[in-house]
Design a protein around this ligand. Structure first.
Ligand code: ADP
Ligand code: MG
Ligand code: MG
Ligand code: MG
Ligand code: MG
Length: 625
């Protein structure tokens, strides 16, 4: 979760007076880095993943399961021990831990297979810290979060919710580092009210019509915020419902800035597809939802826009999305990009946009500032206010610091992130793929992460063109979250990914960028007539043929691809579908959308078994390996 500075975070009333200062210096810091490294070339193709974990506590006598707030203590011990090959990081919830490889993987084929074993190592290290009845799980959302009595703690917990005003989750569940509570509080204060998230409920045969949750008044906040809840929806009211979810992210370093921008665009198109393929979160606050993914929840959980910015009151300053949302523009200067693909109206910080365009060097009588696409992207991120301003870090040396830049950058939580190098580091230009839900087993997480890694290689090697209008990517993002989207929805996708030279010469412009609606099965496994559309797996396979992989590696990678292929076809259920099936076929479930805690206990027991067996890594793979 971004940078964790030590210092005194300012309350919103004071923090907001520094907003302009942070933005101005943030862009100054970006410009310094940009001009220093914009021409750097030949950086290594490094990559690395991030997995987020939850710590649970199982009470076998009472048959219940709770989140366990001992994660910070475990994290501290693990860090004190020092482990070279794994980095452990704090996360939003006190029951969460993030782990990444100790150093990024490189471009060699051997490194591809190091991922899963590193993931296992991370899990083993955390597991070695656990006490009886504790269980570490990679689950996207904890199904009972915000229900009554869902926190396990060895000491009595204060119930206050000063920062969030939540009626359901005490602040005590938020990481103790001041950054996290400050984010929570300042989002609420900036917005002028607490956040409100309405998740459509899954309508089952015995679900009340209309479905209206019974909510008991909170001892301090009464029914604050409940006027914004909707019938037939599950009402969630704080940041933890979103930021308390776990995900799987992958970061790539490109050899130079152009390549990073190219990959950013190409992967952006894949973010909704991979989100739907990784769908894993169908239960919230003890109710079955009609959605399968966390995205809208997390987006709503940090939506700090005022009524005016959200267009609820008359204003001339609308902001179309939460700071946690899908990207609004492509940024590559590659010749495949056409300006018509950027068909979303981009809200920009005009002053900083001009600053970036005008700031540059004279070259052959031309003034070279930051180009339009990149300047627009940054000026779009910089419409946001800094949420956490540390008193001690207000004045910085813009030549040697990236703190103000990172402040805004790291609280724009989008489907893709373009990560410029930081001041004083030798790191290259990176991009991050951020839409996937975390999977239950190391095998699955390795499969999903590696699939993206291999796709980046294929995109670069075959010079693939994935562009569709960005508004269509947004529509895909909406479609990708609904129940069983992976099997039921269609997604806009480009139908000619390879650019044949002939097409470019003969067919001008419009005809050469056709897209259509395809199922995820077609996108991943190809159309019946593969000549028409081969599918992403076939493309990855043709890339793999260009490597001389040993048999063992080939076999392992085939297994990963088989899982992705199976999920796309529906022969392997998504975690969301599997969870839903588990609940709706459980004898204690009354088909009224409410998931009893005993059902979740059984569900977690089953998950535990699957985690320990590294499920899906079996011999049933039918790829012929
Ligand atoms: P954040 O939380 O800001 O997204 P993290 O520090 O948690 O970032 O790391 C994200 C991933 O990036 C990790 O897997 C890490 O190994 C990887 N990584 C670190 N350095 C590089 C690099 N130079 N190129 C590519 N990936 C990198
Ligand atoms: Mg994280
Ligand atoms: Mg991280
Ligand atoms: Mg992070
Ligand atoms: Mg990340």
């Amino acid at each position: 979760m971004g940078l964790l500075s030590l210092g005194t975070p300012l309350l919103w009333q004071e923090a907001k007076t520094y907003a302009e200062h942070v933005r101005d210096h943030g862009i100054e810091q970006f410009l310094n880095v940009y001009h220093r490294v914009k021409d750097r070339n030949r950086d290594g193709l490094f990559w690395g993943d991030e997995v987020e974990y939850m710590l649970l506590y199982l009470d076998h006598e009472k048959k219940n399961v709770k989140v366990n707030i001992r994660a910070e203590e475990i994290l501290k011990t693990l860090r004190d021990q020092g482990h070279d090959d794994v980095i452990f990081q704090p996360e939003y919830g006190r029951y969460m831990i993030e782990a990444t490889p100790g150093k990024p993987f490189g471009s060699s084929t051997q490194d591809l297979l190091k991922l899963e074993s590193n993931m296992r190592k991370r899990r083993e290290l955390i597991n070695s810290m656990l006490r009886p009845n504790e269980f570490l799980i990679t689950l996207t959302s904890f199904p009972l979060l915000g229900t009554s009595d869902f926190i396990h703690s060895e000491v009595p917990l204060d119930e206050n919710a000063d920062a969030s005003h939540s009626l359901f989750i005490p602040d005590n569940l938020i990481n103790m580092h001041a950054r996290f509570k400050t984010l929570t509080r300042n989002i609420r204060e900036r917005r002028g009210e607490k956040v409100a998230i309405n998740v459509p409920v899954f309508r089952d045969t015995n679900t009340n019509v209309p479905f209206v949750e019974e909510i008991a008044p909170h001892k301090t906040y009464g029914l604050e915020g409940t006027n914004r809840r909707l019938n037939d929806h599950i009402y969630l009211d704080c940041m933890c419902f979103g930021m308390g979810c776990c995900c799987l992210q992958v970061t790539f370093q490109a050899c130079n800035i152009s390549e990073a921008r190219k990959l950013y665009d190409a992967l952006a198109v894949l973010t909704p597809i991979m989100m739907a393929l990784s769908a894993a979160s169908p239960i919230h606050k003890g109710y079955l939802a009609d959605t399968d993914c966390r995205w809208k929840i997390i987006s709503g959980s940090v939506d700090d826009r005022t009524d005016e910015e959200r267009g609820l009151k008359d204003s001339n300053y609308l902001i179309n999305k939460s700071r946690y949302d899908s990207i609004d523009s492509f940024i590559s200067n590659d010749d495949k990009f056409k300006s018509k693909y950027n068909d979303i109206n981009l809200v920009k910080n005009e002053k900083l946009y001009r600053r970036m365009r005008d700031n540059g060097t004279l070259s052959l009588f031309h003034w070279i500032g930051v180009d339009e696409l990149l300047a627009s992207h940054m000026a779009h991120l910089f419409i946001r206010d800094p949420l956490v301003v540390y008193k001690e870090l207000i004045d910085q040396d813009d030549k040697n610091s990236s703190d103000h830049f990172e402040n805004i950058q790291s609280t724009n939580w989008q489907t893709m992130r373009f990560k410029p190098p930081t001041a004083n580091s030798s790191i290259g230009w990176r991009i991050e793929f951020r839409s996937m839900e975390v999977q239950l087993t190391d095998f699955e997480n390795a499969a999903y992460a590696l699939f993206i890694v291999l796709l980046t290689r294929a995109i670069l090697s075959f010079n693939l063109n994935l562009y569709i209008p960005i508004s269509k990517v947004d529509q895909n993002m909406q479609r990708g979250q609904v129940r069983d989207a992976v099997l039921k929805e269609k997604f806009y996708f480009r139908n000619h990914l390879y650019e044949s030279k002939n097409t470019i010469i003969l067919v001008k412009d419009d005809d050469s960028d056709e897209f259509e609606e395809m199922t995820i099965d077609e996108i991943i496994n190809g159309k019946e007539n593969v000549e028409e559309f081969p599918g992403l797996i076939a493309i990855v396979e043709s890339y793999l043929e260009t490597l001389s992989l040993d048999v063992e590696s080939q076999c392992r990678i085939s297994k990963y691809l088989c899982l992705i292929s199976g999920r796309a076809k529906g022969s392997v259920k998504t975690m969301a579908n599997w969870t839903r099936h588990f609940v709706t076929t459980h004898p204690l479930y009354k088909h009224d959308s409410k998931v009893p805690s005993e059902v979740i206990y059984d569900f977690v027991q089953k998950c535990k078994e699957m985690t320990e067996n590294n499920a899906f890594d079996d011999n049933k793979c039918n790829c012929g390996c």
